[in-house]
Design a protein around this ligand. Structure first.
Ligand SMILES: [Zn+2]
Ligand SMILES: [Zn+2]
Length: 427
């Protein structure tokens, strides 16, 4: 057990004017004291810097406990019930993942389990750990660092859309009824969204590990890539707040992004060429690739669902790969295009990537719903694993790309260096 080495004082977080470096474009500016109603955005790249919200730990803990109480119901109770070939079949989240693990492949099932169960569970558990750990004097840094990265992996909303798509696919064979678990699931999803909106990690850092900003020339201040602290490294080169080694740019950002992107491109071939779902009707095997699945949805009159699945499973992964390739090329070749447009593109990529998991959620649900042995059964094809791996890798590629490298490439290309602009405090 490590006791925090910084004494927690009654300092009001974000209550004083201080210098802040933008984590997305590296501009240094003066951040005024933030009122509860205000959110600060970077004056150059418009990245959200921090908000003045300050929910007390009591409120956050109460919400976390409510999520934990709802979770067993939401995960194990049936979300929907169908009557298929004279039998009532229940589909719950846990059951879908379990069917995928035993009938399909445990790796794909663990990807679905991580996004739909693991990551949403980690959020309330982390908040309880913060509350209890602070009380017992435990090291809270790893949990605060993890909370920073957790948001994009919580995919409860994507799962709900997956449930709607599965219902539309199943309605050709069966009557559908709402299960009791669905109410608990929707309540849990709303509470998790409120937690994500109200959770102010910058405030939590300042509450548990307040570190004063050194009084030096502003341009000497560095940003910690892990916790977004703006200051100077300690004598061992570490961030005084989170104890991670401080570096000017995210270490090995381009190499890691390229590695994840190339692996994702390789995986996208089998993901699109091999069958992703297999349906057995009276012993006859019918295979569907991602594309043929979309076509059969469209021809069976489910055009809106076909469009959703097409966007999530085909358009988004391919657009993401092409857009990332383009952004990496502009960094390497120092191509000077609108930085605001490229920053916007990177943010959109970060937001849309998680929606590609939709198809895997639909498959997990269909596997637990349509399972009548020889008569009618649905199972996943080999492409599901490659597709899931490609989605995970593209999400990681976007996360690993340090957007400040775009600004660096722009600054080195232009004769008039941007750094002069960076050191000037913004109003
Ligand atoms: Zn910025
Ligand atoms: Zn740090």
């Amino acid at each position: 057990m490590v006791v925090p080495d910084v004494k927690i004082t009654a300092l009001k977080p974000l209550s004083e004017q201080h210098y802040k470096r933008c984590p997305q474009c590296d501009l240094i500016f003066q951040l005024p004291a933030l009122d509860k109603r205000f959110v600060a955005y970077c004056p150059r790249c418009h990245a959200k810097i921090c908000s003045g919200y300050d929910w007390s730990m009591i409120r956050l803990t109460a919400l976390a406990i409510a999520v934990l109480l709802l979770m067993p119901l939401a995960l194990s109770e049936p979300l929907i019930r169908i009557r298929l070939l004279g039998t009532v079949i229940n589909a719950s989240l846990l059951q879908g993942v379990w069917q995928m693990a035993i009938q399909g492949d445990p790796f794909t099932a663990s990807m679905v389990a991580f996004c739909a169960i693991g990551a949403p569970l980690m959020l309330p558990l982390s908040l309880l750990y913060l509350r209890l750990g602070h009380w017992l004097g435990m090291n809270l840094r790893p949990v605060l660092l993890m909370l920073n990265r957790l948001k994009e992996w919580i995919m409860l909303d994507v799962y709900l859309v997956g449930l709607a798509v599965a219902c539309i696919k199943v309605q050709e064979y069966a009557d559908i009824n709402v299960g009791p678990g669905l109410y608990a699931y929707i309540a849990m999803m709303i509470l998790v969204q409120i937690l994500l909106i109200r959770l102010n990690i910058e405030q939590l850092w300042e509450r548990y590990y307040p570190v004063a900003q050194p009084a030096v020339e502003p341009r000497r201040l560095q940003l910690c890539c892990a916790c977004n602290y703006t200051g100077l490294p300690d004598h061992r080169g570490r961030c005084p707040r989170c104890h991670i080694t401080m570096s000017r740019r995210a270490p090995m950002s381009l190499q890691k992004t390229w590695a994840a992107l190339i692996a994702a491109i390789v995986f996208l071939f089998p993901a699109n060429l091999m069958p992703i779902s297999i349906l057995y009707v009276n012993g006859e095997r019918m295979e569907d690739t991602i594309f043929s699945g979309v076509i059969s949805l469209a021809t069976s009159g489910n055009m809106p669902v076909a469009i959703i699945v097409f966007i999530a499973s085909i358009l988004v992964p391919f657009t993401k790969v092409l857009a990332l390739l383009f952004l990496l090329c502009t960094i390497h070749l120092k191509i000077d295009l609108s930085l605001t447009a490229r920053m916007r593109m990177l943010r959109v990529l970060g937001w849309i990537g998680r929606w590609s998991m939709l198809d895997l959620f639909v498959i997990a649900l269909m596997m637990s719903l349509v399972n009548r042995e020889q008569l009618l059964s649905f199972t996943m094809g080999p492409a599901a694993f490659y597709f899931g791996a490609a989605v995970f890798l593209t999400i990681l590629a976007v996360e690993w790309l340090d957007s400040r490298l775009l600004w660096d490439a722009h600054a080195t290309r232009n004769t008039e260096p941007d750094s002069a602009d960076q050191s000037r405090p913004a109003a």
